[in-house]
Design a protein around this ligand. Structure first.
Ligand SMILES: [Zn+2]
Length: 233
């Protein structure tokens, strides 16, 4: 298990319809803001946790390739190798390292400025009601935090490539691109079946817009050094 390369892939995610991200609050009051987006406690900026994006990428691939949303956990298939497996094959004794790291995604500087200028905050508050179909009276009004359409986030994926993976780099990247396409065709975050969370990745038809390859090589002094090779995809 010699680590040979680190590949850093970057893209932009554009929010096409309001995005709700985040867990439900422990105590919910009617009329309170539920399902808040996750905000950085220091800057108050919303961000998309890497775990949310990675989880959605994985479940989108699992439902498409294996017909179940449950994690496979076999430890051998490309999804387990990329995304990790909770339990490893007991007989092999060799623990596979999860190849894919999904970073937290933060808003672009341009989006931050636009939101502060036009909305006055990084999120908008949307009021929703349940309408009684007979009386037409709204009940259970609630307000929801959401990231407005048009906002852009920077996403970063890191692939750890070991000696035995070197033939599989293109396949791994294809899995990532396919997962992003599947999210585009469905949704990210909460309330996706009600119109939220339509997103688009990339630019000009490319899902990934920057690829940097860091080769890990032995240096003359017997230690290791990292050499950067840039590739525009
Ligand atoms: Zn598996």
């Amino acid at each position: 298990m010699l680590l040979k390369q680190i590949i850093v892939l970057k893209t932009i995610m554009k929010i096409k319809t309001g995005l709700r991200i985040g867990g439900s609050r422990e105590e919910l009051k009617i009329g309170d803001i539920d399902n808040p987006v996750i905000r950085d406690p220091l800057t108050n900026e919303p961000y998309i946790p890497g775990s949310s994006l990675k989880g959605k990428m994985r479940s989108s691939l699992e439902i498409t390739l294996k017909g179940t949303k449950d994690p496979c956990n076999c430890g051998n298939c490309p999804i387990c190798v990329l995304f990790g497996a909770a339990k490893n094959k007991p007989q092999s004794g060799e623990k596979e390292v999860t190849r894919l790291i999904v970073r937290d995604s933060f808003m672009t500087e341009k989006s931050k400025k636009l939101l502060l200028d036009f909305v006055g905050d990084y999120v908008e508050i949307k009021k929703e009601n349940v309408i009684n179909r007979v009386t037409g009276v709204a009940k259970d009004p609630r307000t929801l935090d959401r990231i407005p359409a048009g906002t852009e986030f920077e996403c970063e994926f890191v692939l750890r490539i070991y000696q035995k993976d070197q033939e599989k780099v293109e396949e791994y990247i294809k899995y990532i691109e396919t997962a992003l396409t599947l999210i585009e065709l469905t949704y990210l975050g909460g309330s996706g079946t009600r119109g939220y969370g339509k997103v688009e990745f990339g630019e000009n038809g490319n899902k990934i817009i920057e690829k940097k390859v860091y080769e890990i090589v032995k240096s003359e002094d017997g230690f290791v050094k990292v050499e950067e090779k840039s590739e525009d995809s």
